[in-house]
Write a protein that binds this ligand. Structure first.
Ligand SMILES: [Zn+2]
Length: 283
């Protein structure tokens, strides 16, 4: 196989063959690209901000990695301990409280968003990054409250706001409480607008449902990573409703840009410089 011959210093990371089992141990070192199906050296992928060096496929990244890519250096996080009270005592296949506990211990987060402040190209900014691994990055009361508090800090400190979305939409387990976050955040964003403070929305794969229907599309600039799935309802629901088949590439960044729903499609490798230039322009 071709990847076996990859030239790496000292043979580091080359698959090791166990004598007795003849089993090739490659776990954790290589990653198959969903875009081009090629096997990529994981360190190459990480060094390239988790963008495939061969086909430009943007892998999903967690909130922490996202913040490290955007901030100049250290940053301060806020409201890390904020957790939902499960207001509806919701139970589906399992109690929501059990699901929360399991997800919290698996992700080491209390909910699906990290709110942080720090420097971006020398300018103080607030960045909220969504954590897709936490129940599909769903927006419940905690996500809403953390963004609302980030907006308050922006107003107090006169800093711009950037929200990086990665979300399946509103969190069903919190019912109407999660839907109310859409109005709460939208009202907060209007106050930012009145204070003439910029808000940049970055949409990543996937950004859907109530998040698209509220803050993800309310930026002074709405910019997306390449080929991100962006929409409100899923394609199957739409096809069943309008009884027509949907065009190729429907609900992907490039399609939305072409149809005037986005301001730009920006590679993750250029995202920081792009945001820095935009903030300079707004200032
Ligand atoms: Zn690829």
């Amino acid at each position: 196989m071709s990847w076996f011959k990859r030239d790496k210093p000292n043979g580091e990371g080359l698959p090791k063959v166990e004598d007795n089992e003849k089993r090739v141990r490659t776990e954790g070192l290589w990653q198959k690209c969903e875009g081009c199906r090629q096997i990529i050296w994981k360190k190459d992928l990480e060094a390239n901000s988790s963008v495939c060096p061969k086909c430009n496929h943007h892998f999903r990244i967690d909130a922490e990695t996202r913040l490290r890519l955007l901030f100049d250096g250290d940053f301060e996080t806020f409201d890390d301990a904020l957790a939902t009270s499960d207001p509806l005592r919701f139970v589906d296949k399992q109690p929501y409280s059990d699901k929360l506990r399991a997800t919290q211990s698996a992700t080491n987060r209390k909910d699906a968003l990290v709110a942080a402040a720090g420097g971006l190209d020398g300018r103080e900014v607030e960045i909220c990054a969504m954590e897709y691994a936490f129940i599909g990055g769903s927006m419940g009361s905690v996500v809403g409250e953390k963004i609302a508090r980030a907006i308050d800090r922006c107003l107090r400190n006169k800093t711009p706001l950037i929200i990086v979305s990665a979300s399946g939409g509103a969190r069903m387990q919190e019912g109407a409480v999660s839907l109310m976050q859409m109005a709460k955040i939208s009202a907060g964003l209007m106050r930012l607008d009145e204070a003439k403070l910029p808000y940049i929305s970055v949409l990543t794969d996937p950004t859907t449902g109530g998040v698209t229907a509220s803050y993800a599309m309310l930026g002074d600039l709405n910019i997306a990573e390449p080929n991100a799935l962006i929409g409100f309802a899923g394609p199957r629901v739409i096809e069943q409703t309008i009884r027509k088949s949907l065009p190729e590439g429907f609900q992907r960044s490039e399609f939305l840009l072409k149809h005037g729903m986005l301001d730009a499609v920006v590679s993750r490798l250029e995202m920081k410089q792009y945001i820095a230039a935009a903030l300079k322009f707004f200032a």
